[in-house]
Design a protein around this ligand. Structure first.
Ligand code: ATP
Length: 223
């Protein structure tokens, strides 16, 4: 469902973020993306969401060729994606519930139905009792779980999470990973970039990146 075929991304002549990446991620997989800062993890995730385009090679998501996708097609692509990126922070002047309802109201779902689904999503990440709180009244880990709830309310087939536990303590990080794993268990494909050694040790599949290439020297790098 996600395929990279010899993908290179060059931002400028001096900045090549990905070099000849080929990999396949199948429906229902839970895959972690590892590698040092600057290795290209964010770039790889952004390409799946058509936030960046390949310079050469081909990225295919659910049969859609990202390099050829017209801007009018981007909302259709993103409808199938739950994005948990640093750029998509919670709106601090709205309640937790209002933040989670937002993506559904944007697509025209009636308010009552949006609220019901938002509450169900908050329940799944263990935060239903904080529905009326302001985001800034929550811990960093709780805010990240609200972001997960917001990312899944439109029932995406794929979740993309870019370092969702950066700056969180162990206990908070575990809750965030537990929430992501729970969605994977019900069939959502998950691709998560992380530096978390403990999580990577227990992972069934890790894609290691190093300076924009697959790092085959690391065991489990099979892509
Ligand atoms: N918009 C951009 N313009 C120019 N260079 C960029 C841009 N975005 C990323 N880069 C460069 O591409 C390379 C890969 O960056 P990327 O953010 O994908 O790495 P990363 O593995 O996600 O790193 P981090 O863990 O620090 O987020 C880096 O050298 C970075 O400086």
């Amino acid at each position: 469902m996600i395929e990279f075929a010899n993908v290179t991304k060059q931002y400028t002549p001096d900045a090549t973020a990905l070099r000849g990446i080929s990999l396949t991620i199948n429906k229902g997989e839970l895959v972690y993306l590892a590698g040092p800062s600057g290795a290209g993890k964010s770039t790889l995730l952004k390409m799946i969401a058509a936030m960046e385009r390949p310079t050469s090679g081909k990225v295919t998501v659910n049969g859609t060729d990202i390099g050829r996708l017209k801007s009018a097609g981007i909302p259709f692509l993103r409808r199938n994606l739950g994005l948990i990126f640093q750029q998509q922070r919670l709106l601090t002047d709205r309640s937790v519930l209002a933040n989670v309802m937002m993506p559904m109201l944007v697509t025209g779902l009636p308010r009552a139905q949006a609220e019901e689904r938002a509450r169900a999503a908050l329940d799944k990440v263990g935060l239903l009792d904080r529905a009326s709180a302001a985001p800034l009244a929550l811990s960093g880990g709780e805010q990240q779980r609200v972001s997960i709830a917001r990312a899944i309310v439109n029932r995406p087939q794929i979740i993309l999470a870019d370092e969702p536990t950066a700056n969180l303590d162990r206990a908070s990080a575990n809750k965030v990973f537990d929430a992501l794993r729970a969605f994977n268990k019900v069939g959502v494909t998950c691709l998560i970039s992380t530096h978390d050694e403990q999580v990577l040790d227990g992972a069934s599949r890790v894609i290691h990146l190093k300076q924009g290439s697959l790092d085959d020297s690391v065991q489990g790098a099979s892509a």
